[in-house]
Design a protein around this ligand. Sequence first.
Ligand code: ASP
Ligand code: MG
Length: 590
Amino acid sequence: MSLVVQKFGGTSVADSQKILAAARKAIRTQQAGNQVLMVVSAMGKNTDVLVDLAAEITDRPPAREMDMLLSTGEQVSVALMAMAIQSLGAKAISLTGGQIGIRTDSTHTKARIKSISTERMRSLLDEGYIVIAAGFQGIDEDLNITTLGRGGSDTTAVALAAVLDADTCEIYTDVDGVYTTDPRLLPAARKMRQVSYDEMLELSSLGAGVMHSRAIEFGKKFAVPIHVRSSFTDIPGTMIVADPEAPDLSVSGAALVKDEALVTLSGVPDTPGTSLTLFSKIASRAVAVDMIVQNVGAAGLADISFTVPRDDLRATREAVEEARVELGAARCIERDDVSKVSVVGLGMARQTGVADRMFRALAEAGVNILMIATSEIKISVLVNRDQGADALRAVHRAFVLEREPAQKVASATSAKLAQSDALEIVAHLQGMEDLTITEVALDESQARVTIAGVPDRPGIAARVFEGIAAGGQFVDMIVQSIGHEEQASMSFTVPRGDLDKAMALVTGLAKELGCGAVSGSPRIAKLSVSGVGLRSHTDVAIRMFRALAGAGINVEMINTSEVRVNVVVDGKQGPPGLKALQAAFADVLG
Ligand code: ASP
Ligand code: MG
């Protein structure tokens, strides 16, 4: 018999009528011949109410007691849900995280799941019960109640679906699926039928906010098909699975993160260990750094630019000032009036002409690009905040995201596990949420082109990458940052064999556009660390910087995504860099 996990978020159980409606959905699903496991969040904004109550008592509530408090929200919901189902004539039983045996570590308020015992749930399901699990909570070794972090019921649902080898995990929420961009910002946004885990990870980190990132990482790791859909209709929502909606399209979605701040530390000595010094100071203040662009240093000096959420600028400033003094850097420039616009697509990894299309759209909308960073499946630009909405609209239109793709959608359940894989998962339960590094890799096939003195006006990136695309060349990493003396510099990598051609193309263009000198580095090495869990284990980049600094290796370029961190180093340093990274990640290499 197939098993369906159905998770209902706070808005879907906000009052008794909604609880009864959710109960009817579960009963219908059972009557259609499925076993049903429900995961339920706290009613409405109850968790916020509890947080506020605690704040009225003390401004420093002990984390253990916070968990004791917050877990009650879900306990109310599961009890009412069980009553609702029973009143409608079906069998139901509610269970707390502890009763299910969701074991976590003891990091109160953001605990990680270590193991889940399936026996009790299985036998209840086999006896015909609809089992209702409290989301967001577990117990540690000493039976203390823990919670998984705000929004954690998604993680509970996907984790239970993984260990029970469910056929799908349905996430019922107040939106009816995942859109090509936030429909509140852009009415032309289109609901996707399907999106890949990797794209969803990038989109949710970009503020799409539909689901908890950890839940998506879990889904990816254990191949759980996730169906995001509305609790108020029966129309299908969006499947989150391994494959994208239309494998031939380069871009699947676009996103705007409005409130970003840009910080540039300029005139940093171009020596090993500088990134480590800077970013470990920021991390120790619990600030999550987003785009990082380190550009090639001129005259032995480098510029490191990065973005942080605008609200974290004050804490970041302290860290950067400390690092500036310690590193003897020239100065620190900051702006808090910037937004980030990104396009995401699994298909762009195999296509040329994606970056120039985005840059052209921005140029035509009169949008100046302050900073560029790319990863295998994402291109992000930083723009002035007052142009953010225009930029998003221009990009969404340029990739025709409002149009339904014609391609046939791969079967949504194709990601379902074989029984033997399920057994393997159970065997892996210990440390279920641990970081998994899938690959530490060295790419010695690329060369780099750098354009200095890029004027600060719209249209330059568009011209440069249109030139490159017209020459049929494949571009990999692109970085542009504002740097020393307010001059932007732009670097990108191309296959080594194409360097001369790229240089020739760009040299003419650079002159025409009023840029400075163009230089080429034939011998660079790109080192990358890929894995699952990079989003929630933010220390990966820092671990890389530490390993490379320890080996005396200087980092020349950096770019990051949810699933991979790339650095470029001098060509000679490729093999020793690889060795240092393999050693540094040996314990988590899956
Ligand atoms: N009730 C918890 C929260 O509001 C967990 C959840 O809803 O996922 O964060
Ligand atoms: Mg919630």
